[in-house]
Design a protein around this ligand. Structure first.
Ligand code: GDP
Length: 297
């Protein structure tokens, strides 16, 4: 299960304070120390942990908690609220262009799950939002990437716009948007090239596609299991492209949760969807509040 390790640690910590009729500053100190260690062990960004613990401590020794009849319960409520806030507060909506199609650019490093997530998002848009998406294979450097998207398109019964490996990705994207308009697709999902590492060529190309199609959303796909690396990747992509949201994959295998708990605080960009498995229907809207409840049990 997602965040199992972190969840166990935090639950153990709050259990100690939960039933207390009276909570001393010493109790709060001990609790926040344990919360701090649990978060660091979960690979949450160091500064994020520091700020988070400071806020909990301030609120826990404040009137709201100390003067309540059930201070233990109130502290748990504070932790829950702050965890929710850390993950972005409210869940965020997906853009709808005033004039269709809504154009979504999918970006990320190779192996993060970008192509799979493009298929999953198309599936979700159709199932939950009643949309009619078109997929675009703009990763021309790996022939396998085009095939992979075409296979996903077949499975979903959705059209995939591809022009082979010789065409220019910027033109592919531009042509695809024009075609979607003609064929009345209301969403266009562009699967762009990924690399093993961030480099200038990749960013230059993504920037050109961005300039050419003026996307309504730029979704960065990152692998949750890579923890702080995912956060660093998010920071770099955001600096260069000003992404509109993060799609966090492989949450099903992430026992720690460092990326999920750091990305919003570090980049200011919300996590919009989370991948919970390899299957096409295993993408969920990311709900910070539900996620916080899940972690605290
Ligand atoms: P890309 O190189 O970024 O396009 O990555 P792919 O879409 O090819 O995905 C890489 C691997 O990650 C594949 O084996 C996917 O099945 C797997 N994957 C993607 N998303 C998830 C997820 O949410 N959970 C799990 N367990 N695997 C995932």
């Amino acid at each position: 299960m997602a965040f199992e390790g972190l969840s166990d640690r935090l639950q153990e910590t709050i259990k100690k304070i939960k039933g207390k009729g009276k909570v001393t500053e010493q109790d709060v100190k001990e609790m926040t120390r344990e919360v701090r260690l649990a978060l660091l062990e979960a690979d949450v960004n160091f500064k994020v942990v520091k700020d988070f613990v400071k806020r909990i401590r301030e609120r826990a020794v404040g009137q709201e908690v100390m003067e309540s009849l059930t201070p233990g319960q109130q502290i748990i409520k504070v932790v829950q609220e702050e965890l929710t806030e850390l993950m972005g507060g409210n869940e965020s909506k997906i853009a709808v262009a005033k004039r269709p199609p809504t154009v979504i650019m999918m970006v990320g490093l190779q192996g993060a799950g970008k192509t799979t997530t493009t298929g999953k998002l198309a599936n979700l848009l159709r199932k939950s939002y009643n949309r009619n998406p078109m997929l675009v294979a703009a990763d021309v450097y790996r022939p396998a990437a085009i095939q992979q998207l075409e296979t996903l398109g077949k499975q979903l019964g959705m059209p995939v716009h591809a022009e082979g490996t010789e065409a220019d990705p910027v033109n592919i994207a531009r042509n695809a948007v024009a075609k979607a308009k003609e064929e009345h697709h209301d969403y266009v999902l562009i699967d762009t090239a990924g690399r093993l590492h961030i480099d200038g060529d990749l960013m230059g190309e993504l920037q050109q596609i961005k300039d050419a199609v003026n996307p309504d959303e730029i979704f960065l796909v990152v692998d949750s299991m890579t923890g702080q690396d995912a956060v660093n990747v998010a920071e770099s992509f955001d600096e260069q492209l000003d992404v509109s949201g993060v799609l966090l994959t492989k949450l099903d295998g992430d026992t720690r949760g460092g990326a999920a708990l750091s990305i919003k605080a570090v980049t200011g960009k919300p996590i919009k969807f989370a991948g919970m498995g390899e299957k096409l229907d295993q993408l969920e809207v990311f709900h910070p509040e539900r996620m916080a409840s899940r972690i605290l049990g």
